[in-house]
Design a protein around this ligand. Structure first.
Ligand code: INI
Length: 156
């Protein structure tokens, strides 16, 4: 590839202020995602006092809390964390689609980056796999994506 001017984000979280918004529904899974996110940010230089955790009832409530936090102007980035598991509800598709669209809309409307740490799985087993076992930890992955996005947007 020819050498071209490239803008990319450094994975250094020092000095940032981050809000995590996590749903209580399926908390056995979501708590593992929160743990993965906290661990990622702290290992990348974030001071614990600059990390705030907000709890909401379920994934459906994530967009509204993300919007208020984004509008407050207090945070460089937000990470939404939750788990929607098919079978737990007949309205899986509605909750999943509203939560996903809602979170994306908040980020685009406010310009505040939001890490998408919301699992949508067919089974509890698939959720467990993505919450710190054989398929990694989606909370940590979304934290990495958020940090990179914050740092790249600063330069655009
Ligand atoms: N909320 C979730 O976060 N995950 C789910 O799997 C889920 N299911 O299965 O229903 C869920 N429902 C609750 C929803 O997010 C709202 O909290 C509720 O409808 C009240 O507004």
């Amino acid at each position: 590839m020819p050498h071209i001017k490239t803008i990319e984000g450094k994975l250094n979280a020092q000095g940032l202020k981050i809000a995590l918004v996590a749903s209580r529904f399926n908390d056995i899974i979501v708590d593992r995602l929160v743990g993965g996110a906290v661990d990622y940010f702290v290992r990348h230089g974030l001071e614990r006092e600059n990390l705030t955790l907000v709890r909401v009832p379920g994934a459906f409530e994530l967009p509204l809390a993300c919007r208020k936090l984004a509008q407050s102007g207090k945070y460089d980035g937000i990470e939404a964390l939750g788990a929607i598991i098919r079978g737990a509800t007949p309205h899986f598709d509605f909750v999943a689609s509203e939560a996903t669209k809602g979170i994306a809309g908040v980020s685009l409307d406010t310009g505040v980056p939001i890490g998408f740490g919301l699992l949508t799985t067919d089974s509890i087993e698939q959720a467990v796999e993505r919450a710190g076992s054989k398929a990694g930890n989606k909370g940590a992955e979304a934290a990495a994506a958020l940090l990179e996005t914050i740092r790249v947007l600063e330069q655009l």
